[in-house]
Design a protein around this ligand. Structure first.
Ligand SMILES: *Cc1c(COP(=O)(O)O)cnc(C)c1O
Length: 378
């Protein structure tokens, strides 16, 4: 048995470490020039849409919903095939979360299901680029527009990818990223909200920083004194510090390299598992340039759990992403019932994430393939 292989992990170089230590030796630890630089660097990957760096992908979602003005009386349509934060942050804003089912092949929010979930109270339609594969963003845009809702893209998995030639971050009203170590690039903890310049951007920036208004022209009491800053709407402190933004800029330089290596590994699994009758390899829809965050294998015939346990026993850190979000007891207690989104539940029952991260070697990948083949005797 080889060393334990996690399902995802960061790739940190000496250059990354040097970028961080340089900031530590400087004058700014928190909000300084590295934040501005990281936001500008990120905008280089979003078709130029501005980025607001925040402390996590969860904070990015919270900021996005707050910027959208989501509150009590509003409904937010959410994909259930996601980490709980996509739904939890809308619920924390006081909205009612309406789960709409997913496409059986990609696990992404199904436009038809999202359309059927719309009411006159729908404020946001929140899709997730599951495993890095962009959602059906053109159809979802049309769905959101048909009821005057905003389109939010939880792109925690998909920074660096594109859809029909347009980069992730250039299509939705609000796009959110996560820079947790298992994701496509890391700032340790971190995230960002991306949105075109305009009121959503201004509100996102304000919410990240307590809602503080420093611009005298916008203040209600501008004559208070030069020290004065005032709050018009409540916000929080979700500021990503300079130290971590420096890491982010350094990591971003390798985003293309990360994407190529992730694609190679993904293809190697595809090739090694294509003829195993008991599994299905992931699909790529036409028009998707995927930054693969997960290798989402499907295990048929109810054997997912047995394969999970076999691989874990062999030191291979497979994972399941995700239980349908409404299976969490917090949603159960609010009356959400199993059976609500049958495609998502079917997807979950078969899903198994294989190790996928840039520093994984071909030999590691082959070891995982061999263990799976051995389990099925193929
Ligand atoms: C990781 C993740 C989040 C939350 O990001 P954090 O940085 O861990 O807070 C939200 N949505 C999805 C789909 C994720 O994978």
């Amino acid at each position: 048995m080889g060393e334990f292989l996690p399902y995802g992990r960061q790739s940190v170089t000496e250059e990354d470490i040097a970028a961080v230590t340089e900031v530590l030796r400087g004058d700014w630890l928190t909000t300084g020039p590295a934040v501005t630089r990281f936001e500008a660097d990120l905008a280089g990957h979003t078709g130029g849409n501005p980025a607001v760096a925040v402390t996590s992908g969860t904070a990015a979602l919270h900021v996005a919903y707050a910027a959208a003005g989501v509150g009590p009386g509003d409904e937010v349509v959410v994909s259930p095939m996601t980490f709980v934060a996509t739904a939890a942050t809308a619920a924390l804003q006081g909205a009612e979360v309406v789960f709409a089912d997913v496409e059986p092949d990609t696990g992404n929010l199904a436009p038809a299901a999202a359309r059927a979930a719309l009411t006159e109270r729908t404020k946001v339609v929140a899709a997730v680029d599951y495993a890095g594969h962009p959602a059906e963003l053109d159809e979802l845009r049309a769905v959101a527009d048909s009821s005057g809702a905003l389109l939010l893209e939880d792109a925690a998995h998909s920074v660096g990818g594109s859809w029909q030639g347009r980069p992730v971050g250039s299509m939705a009203d609000l796009t959110t990223f996560s820079f947790f170590p298992t994701k496509n690039l890391t700032t340790a903890e971190g995230g960002a909200v991306v949105t075109p310049a305009g009121p959503l951007l201004e509100r996102a920036r304000a919410f990240r920083n307590h809602g503080l208004v420093r611009d005298r022209a916008a203040q209600r009491h501008p004559d208070e004194g030069a020290w004065h800053q005032e709050v018009h709407e409540f916000g929080l402190n979700y500021r990503l510090p300079d130290v971590l933004c420096a890491l982010g800029s350094s990591q971003l330089r390798r985003l293309g390299e990360f994407g190529r290596r992730r694609a190679e590994i993904h293809a190697r699994y595809d090739g090694g598992l294509a003829d195993v009758a008991e599994v299905r390899t992931p699909v790529t829809r036409p028009g998707a340039e995927v930054m693969w965050h997960l290798y989402a294998l499907r295990v048929l015939d109810g054997r997912r759990r047995a394969l999970y346990e076999h691989l874990r026993g062999a030191g291979i850190g497979v994972q399941v992403n995700y239980i349908p979000a409404y299976w969490h007891p917090v949603f159960e207690d609010l009356g959400y019932r199993r059976g609500l989104c049958p495609a998502a539940e079917g997807f979950y029952r078969e899903q198994l994430s294989l190790p996928l991260f840039p520093d994984l070697t071909d030999a590691d990948v082959d070891r995982v393939i061999e263990e799976i083949r051995a389990f099925f005797g193929s």
